[in-house]
Design a protein around this ligand. Sequence first.
Ligand code: DX5
Ligand code: ZN
Length: 228
Amino acid sequence: MTVRSSIRIAPSILAADFANLGRDIAAVERGGAELIHVDVMDGHFVPNITIGVPVVKAIKGVATKPLDVHLMIEEPDRYVEAFVKAGANMVSVHVEAVPHLHRTVHFIKKLGAQAGVVLNPATPAAMLEDIAADVDFVLVMSVNPGFAGQEFIPHSIAKLASVRGVLERARSSALIEIDGGIDLSNAAAVVAAGASILVAGSAIFGQPDAEAATRALRLAASGASTGA
Ligand code: DX5
Ligand code: ZN
């Protein structure tokens, strides 16, 4: 079996046991996760409230893999620096939440983190056109952000193809990340459509063995990716 090495599995700790985060992160790292995806929600941009800077700092102390911090908050510019100082290696902001996206992206990069932009399900790929060359990665939401455990929106496959088209036209080498409802049934399809970073919450931490679930997701993702 040929495994496309560029696939990265990013377990979302939103679905982990918050009283045992260190244990759960260690399990997915043993399972081969390349990134730890951290969902920051403020109760304004999205209806849910999750975690903030102190928890990211605590996670940084136990994780051996880079932290991929997904900001689902209003006015993310106010907090980006604190999250990078706390240990975020990748920071993504929603295009719907940021009025001066070019400034924010370059601010993240100047702080030394990789900069990502996120598209909600109803936000067109065309929104990326004038920022595609500047970003390190694009995160395509395949659910409406706010909660783990939602159902994958099928149109996300077409969205991935559109995003890939925008990036190619801009000659951007940005990676495409997909987030929401990713599981064994759709992992290969999203990889074939252009995603190379797969976020998964429930499909990993909702399983009895998160380490084995991480391996299983990679297998599902890479199995059909050869030649893609
Ligand atoms: C949703 C978050 C996701 C979520 C994924 O707003 O951005 O990262 O935790 O969870 P699943 O994989 O269960 O959809
Ligand atoms: Zn996320």
